[in-house]
Design a protein around this ligand. Structure first.
Ligand code: GDP
Ligand code: IMO
Ligand code: MG
Length: 431
């Protein structure tokens, strides 16, 4: 059984890392985030309560755990303070007992946000100042937490007691053999080195980022688990070989809030039923739209409709290689329940040549077309399944086939946003 586990996104972010971290936190002592800033949006659903975290690790809502914001993160002081205050309003006590922030983390300034808003639209950044802040960090002219908290302003005052040498504290937990979760933000294909550059974020998202982003050695990581959706989504620009419909079509769609306002719940289910008919006549845009509506694929951070597509086994295998995966936690299987036929991409065809290896070269990717294998759907509600055996045979078959293609065991299957909608398949990869 591992004592330390990295949780990393296998695809383009929003895989459900927040949910899986929350699920595993029950048995963890420390939860440490290692990269990114408030470009991330991690949703945790506990009964009727919904929490959306941008900076604070998803473990914060459990009592008696220490949450760490690592040196690899970039932190907008206003955002972290507002996140702390909103937790306090909901009755959570936040202090250095449950939240500490690295003194070496870099500060996102107003000017970073302004610059990102001006220049980030080319690749569809979240506009939160992430890239410009990491740019200043690399150019050795950034502002670090250790210096920021010397300033005399209300944000610095609020954060000051939480700022620590977090690497030292994490190392003490390691020495004491406590259970530790390392929480990644974004997804492997958004990694600055290994993603689809330049359509990437500005940090090391991959499991290796946990070492540099927290100040721990690679030998201290016992297991790496990637969270992968049962299909794929992407927010912002960049290649998405299995995309259903086009980026333009998705971007033209209304936000979910507008749809809900205008159609109401009844109108929305009528719309879904209409789409389901087209889906099963093999209309690709409708298939993508149904994934979006069933999966509520609208950004936590920006509210943008997410681009959607079929599961891409090449990307998952690439992610397994780059992260050294031990296992995969597959989320959102329930979202596929309305499909009579489900496709998995098993190869790319590029200028007449077939390839089964992913490349992050965007010049090549733009000419790649997916080669699919089609499986029968299950057309049954699976959101209450508690056990692998309770899943319909075709859903079991889908999971087994993905395991075979990715060559990594699936340790968890998630069938809904709630904690209880989590099926553990292989305990040996978990605490
Ligand atoms: P993260 O950025 O990787 O933490 O993912 P997000 O929170 O941005 O997006 C995942 C969304 O899917 C959230 O709204 C979750 O509540 C939701 N979610 C997570 N797992 C499941 C699942 O198995 N089924 C369904 N239907 N929703 C899920
Ligand atoms: P979580 O942690 C999905 C995407 C943006 C854009 C690109 C660069 O919730 O999975 P940035 O603002 O980082 O400079 O934008 O990366 N992006 C994400 N997409 N989930 C995220 O985080 C993301 N964080 C950044 O949409 O395409
Ligand atoms: Mg997210």
């Amino acid at each position: 059984m591992p004592k330390t586990i990295v949780i990393v996104g296998a695809q383009f972010g929003d895989e459900g890392k927040g949910k899986i971290v929350d699920f595993l936190t029950e048995k963890a002592d420390l939860i440490a985030r290692y990269n990114g800033g408030n470009n991330a949006g991690h949703t945790v659903v506990v009964k009727n309560d919904v929490f959306k975290f941008h900076l604070i690790p998803s473990g914060i809502i459990h009592e008696g755990k220490l949450n760490v914001m690592g040196n690899g993160m970039v932190i907008d002081p206003k955002v972290v303070v507002s996140e702390i205050e909103s937790l306090e309003k909901r009755g959570y006590d936040i202090s250095e007992k449950n939240l500490i922030i690295s003194q070496n983390a870099h500060i996102i300034k107003e000017k970073h946000v302004e610059e990102d808003e001006l220049t980030g639209s080319k690749i569809g950044t979240t506009g939160r100042g992430i890239g410009p802040c990491y740019t200043d960090k690399a150019a050795r002219k950034g502002l670090r937490m250790i210096d920021y908290i010397k300033e005399d302003n209300k944000y610095a005052k609020k954060i000051r007691p939480l700022v620590k040498d977090t690497s030292l504290i994490v190392s003490q937990y390691l020495e004491d053999e406590k259970n530790i979760l390392f929480e990644g933000a974004q997804g492997t294909l958004l990694d600055i080195d290994h993603g689809t550059y330049p359509y990437v974020t500005s940090s090391n998202v991959v499991a290796g980022g946990a070492c540099t982003g927290l100040g721990i050695g690679p030998t201290k990581i016992d297991a790496v688990i990637a969270v992968a959706k049962a299909y794929i989504t992407r927010v912002g620009s960049g290649p998405l070989v299995t995309e259903l419909g086009t980026e333009e079509e998705t971007n033209k769609e209304d936000s979910i809030n507008k749809l809900k306002r205008e159609l109401g719940d009844q109108g929305l289910s009528f719309l879904k039923r209409k789409i389901i008919n087209k889906v099963n006549e093999d209309d690709e845009y409708s298939q993508g739209r149904l994934l979006r509506l069933n999966g509520m694929e609208y950004g936590t951070t920006t509210g943008r409709p997410r681009r959607t597509g079929w599961f891409d086994a090449l990307i998952a295998r690439y992610s397994a290689r780059i992260n050294g995966l031990d296992a995969v936690a597959m989320t959102k299987l329930d979202v596929l329940s309305d499909f009579k036929k489900i496709k998995i991409c098993t190869a790319y065809e590029c200028k007449g040549k077939k390839s089964s290896e992913f490349t992050n070269n965007v010049e090549i990717l733009k000419d790649c077309r997916p080669v699919y294998e089609t499986l029968d759907g299950w057309c049954k509600d699976i959101s209450k399944a508690k056990d692998f055996k309770e899943l319909p045979e075709n859903a079991q078959e889908y999971i087994r086939r993905i395991e075979e293609l990715v060559k990594v065991p699936i340790c968890i299957v998630s069938v809904g946003p709630g904690r209880e909608q989590t099926i553990v398949l292989k305990k040996q990869f978990l605490f």
